[in-house]
Design a protein around this ligand. Structure first.
Ligand SMILES: Cc1cc2nc3c(=O)[nH]c(=O)nc-3n(C[C@H](O)[C@H](O)[C@H](O)COP(=O)(O)OP(=O)(O)OC[C@H]3O[C@@H](n4cnc5c(N)ncnc54)[C@H](O)[C@@H]3O)c2cc1C
Length: 699
């Protein structure tokens, strides 16, 4: 940065009532849902960097950015409601003296089944040790080989003092100690890894990491955290211009190569009002989409909002069909508790409860430690073939004190559910867990839209290919988050330099910002992807108008939320039954037809004679139905079985591994909503009755 930022976190207190000196940071009570939407003027807030998502990707980015920037972080619900908080196993990195980055890359590529982007994979995994060291420096209490006793603690303390006295800066001294701790980490082994490589904090790694980083972020004076603030749509150059005068219109960047992101429209659940956030850059860190499925490990905020916002703003999406199912979700009632892979890493066995057979032995030389897709498929087959609801994971042959000491959270949670893992087998079944695809992003987090970065589960960097290697995702959040923090100030500098060179003149706002972003584009190089297949989708057409309608809607009473909730629940069930571990053209076609019907019903929920959304849940459902369609269509067009994608009708690998690409959504503003929706529905039904469409484009 050439100087201090000229934009600070300013809140229009006249409208929001939020204190200018700081937002309420934590413990915001979940507000009761007011069933009306207000049409009062939208308060606006200005910040240097807007981060959408307060999981590991969002907080890593925020904490690594220069302190001179004002940063606002949005979280859709409470801060701890994110996947990062629930991560158990740990974070993978090449840390052991007998391990190497090349070995970590090799294991990742094998798990990814031919679809990993090798360059990005190597770049991200090479930064693994620094990422873990950075987390240690933030104070994350990773489990050490031998628990550090008081004397060692004092030594470490003295080390810091000595380093400072010897002229090292506090940061260098802290880094040195973090290095010391990294060298002493206790590492576990998980499925698909050739050696012990996973750093962890007991069996609640995510909770420990997130508590540490949240405390750091709350203490930082340049960071404002806003829980219960839900981003609805991104502002791009065109939308910003129109917000000044006329109405909100979101336009795809693909139609304008100089498009850049300038903020977001946000719904504040605390006050039940919409806010407009203007920012110089936006970081999407909104997590995955597991909650589109009935059984999912992710919390309910993870419904793919970021994927849809990015796509509507003009970003490509990749490999959405690769949903990873975790093999060992606890199959007890409605519990979505996960039993970490580390239990199998330490010697846990899987048995068919009916035959008592340890079935993995016949299926893979790595037995229970085969990659996730293989184990999940094997469990699903056992369940289906034997008419069961679960299989058994058994660790009762391991020493009881070892289990209690190494897996305290799993031990206690299952004990509360009535299962003592030191003596009883655990009923487990596969559960939707991770989205390997997402918003196309390079290893520095750059998307297709200038000023819009993405990190974490919302993004596709190519690291996970067709199947994520266990514990690589937390690593990706930290590495890409830190890479964004290194790149973003350079982008802002380029933007501010070019705007200084641009005299305020008779030029229109749009030509000025086009000039600005032209200069910034010199440092903005989105990911190029070779060997792709384009997913054929009819135009959605009406999304921009839908958002406009939502935005200007006023005081509308919601009288059909039951229907909306009903369809939302049925959608989850449909995704689990028809877009689950085993897929077929027939099932996917049925799912698309069903969703088409729901989309039609959804349209009818709009007020009579109007095309407006009548509530936030109506808006959310519409978007989830659209995303479900994108995912299913991607699965439909992948006529092979690879990694996490298994087709009964195409059981073999295709000869060439191709990345599925969904091109950016292009708003057709001249279409009426009705025309656009007709355009959307009709070709879909035609496609279903014909052979799968495979438009292959090797780029
Ligand atoms: C139970 C479980 C165990 C796991 N164990 C491991 C493990 O051991 N190792 C590993 O590497 N990975 C693990 N994973 C995967 C890993 O935890 C996630 O991939 C990773 O934490 C994702 O981080 P994130 O920051 O991208 O998203 P999240 O941590 O999910 O955070 C998403 C954030 O975005 C916010 N958000 C979403 N939509 C909006 C919106 N519209 N507006 C505003 N905010 C929004 C949410 O409120 C939340 O703050 C596990 C996942 C689960 C669910």
């Amino acid at each position: 940065m050439s100087g201090p930022p000229n934009m600070s976190a300013i809140v229009n207190t006249e409208h929001t009532g939020i204190d200018e000196t700081g937002f309420e940071k934590l413990n915001v009570k979940k507000p009761s849902v007011n069933k009306t939407m207000t049409a009062e003027p939208q308060p606006s807030i200005t910040t240097d960097v807007l981060i959408i998502g307060a999981g590991l990707a969002g907080l890593s980015t925020a904490l690594a950015l220069p302190k001179s920037l004002s940063i606002t972080i949005l979280s859709k619900a409470a801060l701890e409601t994110c996947s990062s908080h629930y991560a158990q196993g740990g974070i993978a990195a090449s840390l052991d003296k007998d391990d190497s980055i090349a070995d970590h890359v090799a294991d990742t590529l094998i798990a990814g089944a031919g679809l990993c982007a090798t360059d990005n994979t190597t770049t991200i995994l090479s930064a693994g040790q620094q990422a873990v060291q950075w987390l240690c420096a933030q104070g994350v209490p990773f489990t050490q080989v031998s628990h550090i006793n008081d004397t060692q603690q004092n030594n470490i303390q003295n080390n810091v003092q000595n380093n400072i006295l010897n002229g090292k800066t506090v940061k260098a001294a802290t880094d040195a100690v973090a290095g010391l701790k990294t060298a002493n980490l206790h590492l576990t082994k998980e499925g698909g890894h050739g050696c012990r490589r996973v750093a962890h904090a007991d069996d609640a790694t995510g909770r420990h990491i997130m508590q540490t980083l949240s405390a750091q972020a709350q203490a930082a004076t340049n960071i404002t955290i806003l829980p219960y603030h839900e981003a609805l749509t991104l502002l791009t150059e065109t939308s910003n211009k129109s917000l000044n005068g006329t109405s909100l219109t979101v336009q795809a960047a693909a139609s304008n190569p100089h498009q850049h992101c300038q903020g977001a429209i946000v719904f504040d659940h605390n006050t039940q009002r919409q806010l407009t956030f203007y920012s110089r850059a936006v970081v999407l860190a909104s997590g995955g989409l597991g909650q589109l499925f009935q059984r999912a490990t992710a919390p309910n905020v993870c419904v793919g909002d970021g994927v849809m916002m990015a796509w509507q703003a003009g970003c490509r999406l990749a490999n959405l069909e690769f949903i990873q199912f975790h093999p060992t979700g606890v199959a007890l009632g409605t519990s979505n508790f996960l039993v970490s892979e580390a239990l199998r890493g330490e010697g846990g066995h899987l048995y068919c409860p009916q035959t008592g057979k340890r079935f993995m032995l016949d299926l893979d030389p790595r037995a229970e430690l085969a990659p996730r897709d293989i184990v999940a498929r094997a469990i699903a087959e056992q369940i289906n073939n034997n008419g069961l609801g679960f299989v058994h994971l058994d660790v009762s042959h391991l020493p009881a004190d070892f289990l209690q000491q190494h897996f305290p959270q799993i031990y206690q949670t299952l004990l509360d559910l009535g299962i003592d893992i030191t003596t009883d087998p655990i009923p487990v079944a596969p559960t939707a867990h991770y989205s390997c695809g997402g918003v196309v992003t390079c290893a520095n987090g750059l998307t297709d839209v200038q000023g819009l970065y993405a990190a974490g589960e919302v993004a596709y960097t190519g690291l996970h290919g067709a199947n994520r290697l266990a514990s690589n995702s937390l690593l990706e959040c930290v590495v890409v988050g830190r890479n964004i923090a290194a790149h973003l100030p350079r982008y802002l500098e380029a933007m501010s330099k070019s705007s200084k060179n641009t005299k305020p003149s008779t030029k229109s706002a749009s030509s000025t910002s086009t000039f600005t972003s032209n200069l910034a584009s010199n440092i903005w190089t989105p990911l190029q992807i070779a060997d792709t297949q384009t997913i054929a989708l009819p135009s959605f057409g009406s999304i921009a108008e839908h958002e406009e309608a939502f935005n200007i809607n006023g005081n509308i009473h919601v009288d059909n939320n039951d229907d909306i909730d009903g369809i939302t629940a049925k959608l989850k069930s449909l995704m689990s039954s028809h877009m689950g571990i085993m897929r077929s053209a027939e099932q996917l076609e049925q799912a698309l037809v069903q969703i088409h019907q729901w989309q039609h019903e959804c349209q009818c929920f709009s007020l009579e004679g109007s095309t407006k959304f009548n509530s936030l849940s109506h808006f959310q459902l519409t978007r989830q139905l659209q995303l479900a369609t994108l995912i299913i269509q991607s699965a439909y067009q992948r006529c092979e079985s690879r990694g996490g994608h298994s087709r009964k009708d195409y059981p073999l690998l295709a000869s060439q591994p191709l990345i599925s690409i969904i091109e950016p959504f292009l708003a057709n503003k001249t279409d009426s909503i009705d025309n656009a929706m007709d355009g959307w529905h009709q070709p879909r039904v035609n496609n279903i009755s014909s052979e799968p469409l495979l438009a292959v484009a090797a780029v």
